[in-house]
Design a protein around this ligand. Structure first.
Ligand code: ZN
Ligand code: ZN
Length: 411
């Protein structure tokens, strides 16, 4: 791979796609051209449009990593730092021990706990910090914005946005099955901070234009919650970001015992599913009325999503709408607040007491989900202890084989 004449230093916590957008903007070319010249775009289908596989956001194989590093004058280590995979060391939903997948590339498939088809963002962060390079090409599209547990910007003390304020599309939206990690790969007119979604409606026989809204400037009127709620959310977010950061605390308390950071985030994921599927059982744990109300609204939308699935023939997957994190930042903060309160027990006995009403309700309404969420390769040992069926209601022996079938059939 021939090195590009000029490159850029990656910004802290920048994604690979964000780096490519800035590099293309600096070189005055298309992101597609950059992916070809750095060896990322598959070259096995001559004549077909350039494609940047969605998985490259998460993981690159050695060949692609080396080629990209040499073309962009980066070290392999710097390139790895642009990918989401290393976050799995501290983030259970990207950790193969807690989120089993056959290959690293499959980690992002059917995994709502990592945002690969859109991203959250903070407008002032995206505008850059005032240095010349960032003034010209914008700030970083950050890796942490791809993790649903990151819902506010600690630097600017504001909730993250998740959709373009003009066209209403999830930002960096990717919809098709054979998706590109960057929309409009062959467009060299857009700044890295502009919305790349096609504007609608497009007049016939004209190439479709992008929405092109400047996401760094068009800042919708503030819908920030009250000060007490913001204080709760800021503390929660600070705790999560510390746990996600290399060099941060190695463990967090979960269900009455310290667990590694990755296990803690896996426990939050399972607890969120339990909270939504059994709402409003855990409502009393919401730290403020604003957060409780946000969850009432979110729960209503979950029911609406689950309803049509009941009448779908075949495998119903009616649990699915309850297991994903919310898209909206406030609702996300709200459910994670409740989840963290439930897990923040002083000892295993208290953990069991706190979780018992949810465990019981979940067993009654959704036996399959209840079994699935409690798999060993999904949650930490202390949480598993706390949500195990007590001996008095343990299932008779002849049910065991049926239960083990359910564990292999997620929802
Ligand atoms: Zn910010
Ligand atoms: Zn837009």
């Amino acid at each position: 791979m021939r090195p590009l004449p000029r490159s850029l230093d990656p910004l802290p916590d920048e994604t690979l796609t964000g780096f490519i957008l800035r590099l293309a903007h600096r070189a005055g070319t298309t992101p597609g051209e950059i992916t070809i010249r750095t060896g990322l775009a598959p070259q096995d289908r001559p004549g077909l449009p350039t494609r940047l596989p969605l998985g490259s956001l998460h993981h690159l194989n050695d060949k692609h990593l080396t080629a990209f590093a040499s073309a962009t004058h980066l070290t392999p280590c710097e390139v790895t730092g642009l990918l989401l995979a290393p976050l799995g060391e501290r983030y259970g939903p990207l950790n193969s021990a807690l989120t089993p997948r056959r290959t690293p590339a499959r980690m992002i498939y059917d995994n709502p706990w990592v945002l690969t088809r859109s991203t959250r963002y903070c407008p002032p962060c995206l505008a850059g910090d005032g240095d010349a390079i960032q003034d010209n090409h914008g700030g970083a599209w950050q890796r942490l914005w791809r993790l649903p547990v990151v819902f506010l910007c600690l630097r600017h003390q504001r909730l993250l946005q998740h959709e373009c304020p003009r066209c209403g599309t999830p930002v960096h939206s990717v919809r098709t099955a054979n998706a590109n990690a960057i929309a409009r790969l062959s467009d060299d007119t857009l700044h890295p901070g502009q919305c790349r979604f096609p504007a609608r409606p497009t007049p016939q026989h004209q190439p479709d234009a992008a929405c092109a809204t400047d996401l760094t400037r068009l800042d919708p009127p503030s819908t920030e919650p009250d000060t007490v709620t913001m204080t709760v959310l800021l503390q929660l977010q600070q705790q999560f970001v510390d746990l996600l950061t290399t060099g941060g605390p190695e463990t967090a308390m979960s269900a009455g015992a310290p667990v590694p950071a990755a296990h803690y985030f896996a426990d939050l994921r399972a607890t969120v599913a339990m909270i939504f599927r059994t709402w409003p059982v855990a409502r009393e744990y919401a730290s403020t009325p604003c957060l409780a109300t946000a969850l009432d609204t979110e729960y209503t939308s979950r029911i609406a999503q689950a309803e049509p699935l009941l009448n779908t023939p075949g495998k119903k997957k009616t649990s699915k709408p309850y297991t994903a994190p919310p898209r909206d930042s406030l609702a996300t903060g709200a459910v994670l607040d409740v989840a963290s309160q439930l897990l923040r027990a002083a000892d295993p006995h208290e953990a069991r007491t706190r979780l018992a009403p949810l465990v019981q309700r979940l067993r009654d309404v959704d036996r399959a989900l209840s079994t699935w969420l409690r798999r060993p390769a999904w949650i930490s040992p202390p949480l598993r202890q706390s949500v195990m069926d007590p001996p008095s209601v343990s299932r008779p022996r002849f049910r065991t084989s049926r239960d083990s079938i359910l564990t292999t059939q997620p929802m």
